[in-house]
Design a protein around this ligand. Structure first.
Ligand SMILES: Cc1cc2nc3c(=O)[nH]c(=O)nc-3n(C[C@H](O)[C@H](O)[C@H](O)COP(=O)(O)OP(=O)(O)OC[C@H]3O[C@@H](n4cnc5c(N)ncnc54)[C@H](O)[C@@H]3O)c2cc1C
Length: 495
């Protein structure tokens, strides 16, 4: 039986394991962290529970495809579509904009600041939808054997979409809307890609389409980590072991151009016929394989996604007036988002996201309490290596938040955990603490992204955010499909 060793246990790894098991492979995982899931993880402390990173997801049909492909009987977790996706507040204003899935309710929300909102939004979404459907299967959900293969594929995309390649997300917003607030709110999805609307190509307005039309946003019952819990059960049934607290640091190769084994931090060797690396596809090639094409200097020059500064708070009172998902923005959007990642803007007037997890999942907090997650996008460690000021940064965010919601709950905080980019880097081997992996500029996507097969070892493959197709939970699921296809193409399928 062909044995596959997977390095890491993020979503791409867990789903790849089950897809390959279904095809007759014997699979085993090693994971650096103490529990599986990677960034899709969970923190439990002082009677509270928080999802560590992701708090909602889109493109649920990718999970349906996975269930069918891996031959699972049922979806191993339950999820619900959100009617109201999130609320947005601008500093200095009491108004909260609610982003509803229903177009008429959404139009009513913006009627006073963007005349003819519904028609403009429908035009914007139709154009994004056309691009989505013309590229989803043709370009996004497929493997490329070479850069030429990728470029030839691009020639099949209808020509009418070409101008999109030369526009930024922000320029696309300018073509459709006049209101500052509308443009800022509906370009927030570019932050989900770990960048800003000013440096994200307009092709990614497809995210607006998936968010508002195609599939919407979904929450997982009992918390996002139930995705991992559900998949863990499936791995158990399939007798696929996960060895936690095991970090791969080195390797042994064979003279025939294949990899013989990986070596962990204790010097133990892990042998297999085929290897799938779920650790960051660019950083692993640097750190473990020490490849010149991924040297320190080259990685530094690449575009990396935002770094997360995250806080997990247990509050011993209810926060009834705060919705489930919230964005708190300032009044200097362009200046802030253009400079924050380069650390040339002060973090004393931050932009941030707040999730009151216990609002959806009551078990996340004891009776009468709330569990709160705050995410502030900050510079990665190339631009801000020192995070010894983390308490100051946290206090600035909390002060701003309490003022804006009109409740000073700082004295009610009974549990507090802060993760800086340094912590994220150390915990999951994320390059310089970059939260979502490699950026999605045109020179780092498709055939230009680190490939999901290795350049040197013919039996090494990659799955996860920094290889094809990109970041986010649905992309991780697609990534596992693409890597399974590569492996089956080469080694065949037993079933
Ligand atoms: C703060 C934050 C919020 C997010 N919010 C959302 C959201 O709301 N919705 C959404 O769709 N996406 C969100 N994302 C993105 C999403 O979490 C990721 O795209 C996805 O989880 C990445 O999965 P992955 O399989 O690529 O790998 P990862 O989750 O990175 O897993 C890789 C695993 O490999 C392990 N590993 C690394 N190196 C080694 C080694 N040498 N040896 C052994 N093990 C190793 C790591 O410890 C890790 O467990 C968020 C991310 C962050 C950071």
């Amino acid at each position: 039986m062909t044995k596959v060793l997977i390095i890491g246990s993020g979503l791409a790894a867990l789903t790849a394991a089950l897809r390959l098991h279904k095809r007759g492979y014997q699979v085993e995982l090693v994971e650096k962290d103490g529990q599986p899931g990677g960034r899709l993880n969970q923190l439990k402390k002082d009677g509270f529970t928080w999802d560590l990173g992701p708090t909602f997801f889109s493109m649920t049909y990718e999970f349906d495809e996975f269930i069918a492909d891996a031959g699972l009987e049922n979806m191993p977790f339950q999820f619900n579509k959100l009617d109201t996706l999130y609320a947005v507040n601008f500093r200095g204003s009491d108004r909260r904009f609610f982003i509803h899935a229903d177009m008429d309710k959404l139009a009513a929300e913006f009627a006073d600041i963007e005349p003819d909102f519904k028609r403009k939004m429908q035009r914007f979404l139709q154009s994004s939808g056309r691009f989505f459907h013309d590229t989803e299967n043709l370009v996004v959900k497929r493997n490329y054997d070479s850069t030429l293969d990728y470029l030839l594929t691009l020639t099949k995309v209808p020509l009418k979409h070409t101008p999109r390649l030369f526009r930024s997300f922000w320029q696309e917003m300018n073509r459709h809307f006049e209101s500052r607030e509308v443009k800022e709110i509906f370009s927030l999805v570019s932050f989900f890609l770990g960048a800003t609307p000013f440096d994200t190509p307009s092709i990614y307005t497809i995210l607006s389409y998936t968010e508002l039309v195609h599939n919407g946003y979904h929450n997982v019952e009992g918390g996002m980590y139930n995705i991992v819990e559900g998949l863990k059960e499936e791995l158990n049934k399939a007798n696929i072991p996960i060895h936690t607290n095991t970090e791969i640091l080195d390797f042994l190769s064979k003279s025939d151009g294949t990899l013989e084994s990986f070596i962990d931090q204790h010097g133990k060797t892990w042998r297999a016929d085929v290897f799938v690396v779920n650790s960051d596809a660019a950083y692993f090639r640097n750190k473990v394989f020490r490849r010149p094409d991924f040297s320190d200097a080259k990685l530094r020059k690449m575009q990396w996604t935002l770094a997360p500064f995250t806080m997990y708070l247990g509050i011993n009172r209810k926060l009834d007036s705060i919705p489930l998902h919230n964005y708190f923005l300032g009044n200097n959007f362009e200046e802030y988002s253009s400079n924050v990642f380069k650390n040339t803007v002060k973090l004393n007037q931050p932009y941030y996201y707040v999730n009151v997890a216990s609002k959806y999942n009551q078990a996340a907090a004891p009776e009468g309490c709330e569990s709160l997650f705050i995410l502030c996008p900050v510079p990665d460690r190339r631009f801000k290596p020192d995070w010894s000021d983390k308490e100051d940064v946290a206090q600035n965010i909390l002060k701003d938040f309490c003022e804006r919601v009109g409740i000073d709950f700082r004295k009610n905080i009974v549990s507090k955990t802060i993760l800086t980019p340094e912590d994220w880097e150390n915990k999951f081997n994320l390059y310089q603490g970059s939260g979502l992996g490699l950026g999605h500029n045109l020179s780092q996507i498709g055939g230009f992204r680190p490939k999901n097969f290795d350049e040197v070892f013919s039996n090494v493959f990659y799955a996860g955010a920094s290889t094809v197709p990109g970041t986010g939970l649905p992309m991780a699921v697609i990534s596992s499909k693409l890597v399974a296809q590569q492996i089956v193409k080469k080694y065949g399928s037993v079933h």
